[in-house]
Design a protein around this ligand. Structure first.
Ligand code: UD1
Length: 393
């Protein structure tokens, strides 16, 4: 059985790690029993995320084997990234002829490789299928819809996602609710993350070592994490500036703010002449992008999360961290307050963010575990893949 899976950007690495591990376990079982056909797995990295902190660190720390093939696509406009990926990936498929291509998440690699697989008449499986924000201005929403429409096997993280797919007319026999594969990674890595000291994360990753001192340990009893990288929040000065002012003038007066900052956001802050203000602000510390374990460790004790990341919304749900989701919609509604989760949508309107901040600062940690977010999703994904390969071949 030849399966080829694809990663491109940071959130993909967290999802593929448990999947590769489940293949390894499956092959070990086949080998020791001498019964059945083992899986020949090929890992392709499109190269969308490429630098050490966004890429290599994740491979090493999550124990992901080096990709068998790296397409080296790098930065570029969406059309450039998708186009270059399709051209390079088509050659890989022609050479390796896998029986199935497995794509995860909703990044440009997910879209480009699912289209290419289908054009080559190769079966395609989408892990994390069915998420819908309903917001077609998000590049990720376009990627999700196209990938799901083309996939032969759609593995969903929750029942709302399965319902989304059915309402779009996708045939029921392609859809399987398997749970959230991100949580496999979280469960596996909690122990390692717990051992890290928060001060060590700050001193190791400090963005401007001379200018920002690591705070006293008691200040660290009360910190919030900030992460923001979505084009809708960072690409326009009229949106980004008031958020920066809120963080400096309101949020940082109540909580120490730790902000592992995405390269896209740094670029925009510099363009809009806001970078020095946030870098020199009191009670705010900018960090380079941090490792998976470091983020998990910070999240375990944070009083609050300000984020526009979907993955962090899910991690906050399991850990119970009150989460102000800086978006007007979410493809992950199971994490919201109305579904028992700790996340509230606050968009990018500062009045709304300020109001919710006032309420949220008084709230307590409230862990929640949606159905099948149990750390065993990767095995269920592989079982479904093997079953459908046997059926569809
Ligand atoms: C991508 C995903 C998004 C995901 C995010 C997580 C798409 C459409 N978007 O957005 O869903 O939440 O990754 O990080 O696929 N850059 C570096 N170093 C790197 C990678 C990128 O400096 O290793 C720079 C690029 O030059 C670019 C910017 O960061 O200017 C944005 O990178 P890009 O790949 O375009 O998308 P993300 O915003 O990271």
């Amino acid at each position: 059985m030849k399966i080829l899976s694809v990663v491109g950007a940071r959130p993909n690495f967290i999802k593929i790690a448990p999947f590769i591990n489940s293949i390894k376990e499956y092959n070990q079982k086949i080998e020791s029993s001498g019964n059945g056909i083992s899986i020949n797995h090929i890992l392709v990295h499109t190269g969308q995320h490429y630098d050490d902190r966004m890429n290599n660190n994740f491979f090493t720390s999550l124990g992901i084997p080096s990709p068998d093939i790296n397409l080296g696509i790098g930065s570029g406009s969406h059309a450039e990234q998708v186009g270059k990926t399709m051209i390079a990936f088509e050659k890989v498929l022609i050479e390796h002829k896998p029986e199935m291509v497995v794509v995860v998440g909703d990044v440009n690699a997910t879209l480009a490789c699912s289209i290419t697989a289908k054009k080559q008449k190769i079966l395609c499986c989408h892990i994390e299928a069915g998420l819908r924000s309903g917001d077609m201005s998000m590049p990720e929403e376009i990627n999700r819809i196209v990938t799901d429409r083309l996939s032969d096997l759609l593995l969903t993280p929750d029942k709302l996602s399965s319902a989304n797919l059915m309402s779009e007319g996708i045939s029921r026999d392609k859809i399987h609710f398997v749970g959230n594969i991100m949580i496999d990674t979280l469960e596996k890595n909690l122990g390692k993350a717990e051992k890290i000291q928060v001060v060590d994360i700050l001193s190791k990753n400090n963005y401007a070592i001379e200018e920002q001192q690591v705070p006293d340990p008691e200040i660290l009893n009360s910190y919030a994490i900030v992460t923001m990288h979505r084009p809708s929040n960072v690409d326009r000065k009229s949106i980004l500036k008031p958020i920066i002012e809120f963080l400096i003038e309101t949020a940082s007066r109540k909580l120490f703010l730790i902000w592992p900052i995405h390269p896209r956001t740094i670029k925009r802050l510099k363009e809009f002449d806001l970078f020095n203000r946030i870098l020199h602000a009191e009670n705010v510390m900018l960090l380079h992008p941090i490792s998976y374990h470091e983020m998990l460790r910070l999240n375990m004790d944070a009083k609050m999360m300000f984020t526009d990341s979907g993955g962090l919304q899910e991690e906050c749900a399991i850990l119970g961290t009150p989460c102000l989701t800086m978006r007007w919609n979410t493809e992950r509604p199971v994490t919201l307050l109305e579904h028992g989760g700790p996340s509230v949508l606050v968009g990018n309107n500062v009045k709304m963010i300020r109001d919710e901040f006032g309420k949220t600062i008084l709230s307590q940690r409230k862990p929640q575990r949606p159905e099948l977010w149990d750390g065993h999703t990767a095995k269920r994904c592989l079982d479904k893949i093997i079953m459908s390969l046997n059926r569809l071949k």
